[in-house]
Design a protein around this ligand. Structure first.
Ligand code: ADP
Length: 447
């Protein structure tokens, strides 16, 4: 060891002290040696100086070595202690070792090599213990910190849970409010529509052209309002999981043709070509025809609404025997990729400004998305600003109802036998622009 060690020798025997000193010198230990002859002097020396090692005679003249040892302990004086004992008195040293002394040495065996080795080991051991104590202390502190953090997190989690419950309750009340209002408004709206239709019938008296024009406007606005109310009602039902599919077997081709007939006048009013391609070997399907029609009407009206020039194409085809694809393509304003996800969220529109050009509630696609999910299908969107959009819906030919799990309104997403094999959109005929595929999650809270 090249460092200078502070060593204390406690022994009342001058000869023994000298023997230790000489042995240490012979071992070549660099040291700052201090020698005392009794326990009291030793205690005050240890109180004033930090020693690297202490050699303690196990028989002191003024007090028992154990007494000194315990005094040091209770004063929190920590130092490696090597007990010096005599042949035949090892028992005393062993007990001191058990109490915490570092090592012992029999005076008769006091050789420089032994002493140097014991000194080195005692110091090493002591330093390792100090390090371990430090690490333990640090670990204890970080453990306590972690416990505190954990408590804090628990409190925060409880608060979040509470907030969450409040939010769920607020959401439930909002849905209930929407459902009640839209339901209540539908009754007078139906009366307005019904009476306007009656007024337009010739047998109830001839209206002047101006009057007929006004009643027609009341009728059209009433229908439009009713459609908006139905959207709000559907949305609130979906949010609370109360919307049910009523599946039956029907002819998809027929539904498509009827729907297109309804929309055609809108397309013609904007001078848009509306093409329909039905390529089905078997046009029977098991689904909810009203909801399938609703999907078609919504996508077709959007296509007409957001297209000023060009054409709209509706294509129905079989992907496999058990899976059908409905594709609606337009040459309208298009949607930028960063809006793809958003437009399927409730009340979200690309243009949310008050002075926006295109009317609507922003609920149509959110409702379609949920309906398609309930039917076990998927929606794909490809679009480019200024070029047009393609909405593709894949549906199983036959949807499957799940047995009552959630108010009796849950539907199993029947993917059919070979539905896992999705031949991706790369195989589709339309790819005039960069294709983007999104697969959407169920956007509603189920209460
Ligand atoms: P709404 O049509 O009532 O605004 P939707 O949920 O049907 O609500 O559509 C949401 C938004 O998605 C629309 O406001 C529009 O910004 C965009 N969008 C939907 N269909 C098209 C389309 N064919 N072309 C361009 N944008 C569309």
């Amino acid at each position: 060891m090249k460092e200078t060690l502070k060593i204390l020798v406690i022994d009342d025997d001058e000869v023994d002290r000298m023997a230790v000193r000489l042995a240490l010198m012979k071992a070549g230990v660099y040291m700052d040696l201090c020698e005392v002859s009794n326990g009291n002097h030793a205690f005050s020396a240890l109180q004033n100086t930090n020693f690297d090692c202490v050699f303690l005679d196990d028989r002191l003249p003024d007090q028992d070595s154990f007494t000194l040892f315990h005094k040091l302990r209770s004063s929190e004086i920590k130092v490696p202690l090597v007990i010096l004992t005599t042949q035949g008195n090892e028992q005393n040293a062993v007990e001191l070792l058990q109490a915490g002394a570092t090592d012992y040495l029999i005076k008769e065996n006091l050789k420089s090599e032994n002493l140097a080795k014991i000194l080195r080991n005692a110091i090493r051991l002591y330093r390792a213990e100090i390090k371990a104590d430090l690490v333990y202390q640090q670990l204890k502190e970080s453990h306590e910190q972690l416990i505190n953090k954990n408590e804090e997190l628990k409190k925060q989690q409880q608060q979040i849970q509470l907030q969450n419950l409040k939010l769920l309750e607020a959401s439930r009340l909002k849905s209930q409010f929407l459902a009640t209002i839209s339901h209540e408004l539908r009754t007078p709206m139906n009366a307005i529509i019904g009476f306007s239709q009656i007024l337009l019938r010739p047998k109830f008296g001839q209206l002047s052209n101006q009057q007929a024009d006004m009643v027609e406007r009341i009728l059209n606005n009433g229908k439009h309002l009713l459609m908006l109310l139905n959207e709000v009602l559907d949305f609130s039902k979906l949010e609370t999981g109360r919307l049910e599919l009523k599946p039956e077997i029907f002819d998809l081709g027929k539904i498509v043709n009827n729907t297109v007939t309804e929309i055609r006048s809108l397309a013609e009013a904007k001078k848009l070509a509306l093409r329909v391609e039905i390529d089905l070997e078997n046009s029977l399907t098991f689904n909810d025809p009203i909801r399938v029609r609703q999907i078609l009407i919504n996508l077709l009206s959007n296509a007409v609404k957001f297209t000023d020039n060009g054409s709209i194409c509706l294509e129905i085809r079989e992907i496999t025997k058990n899976r059908l694809a409905i594709t609606i393509q337009d040459t309208g304003i298009g949607i930028s990729p960063q809006d793809f996800q958003h437009i399927f969220e409730a009340f979200r529109q690309v243009d949310q400004g008050i002075s926006r050009k295109y009317p609507g509630t922003g609920l149509g696609l959110a409702i379609i998305n949920s309906l398609v999910q309930m039917m076990g299908g998927e929606i794909f969107l490809e679009s480019q600003l200024g070029v047009g959009s393609v909405f593709k819906i894949e549906l199983p030919r036959q949807i499957t109802l799940l047995t009552n799990t959630n108010n009796g309104n849950s539907y199993h997403l029947n993917l059919g036998s070979d539905d896992g094999v999705y031949s991706s959109h790369q195989n589709l005929p339309y790819l005039p622009y960069q294709a983007q595929k999104i697969s959407l999650g169920y956007p509603y809270l189920k209460l």
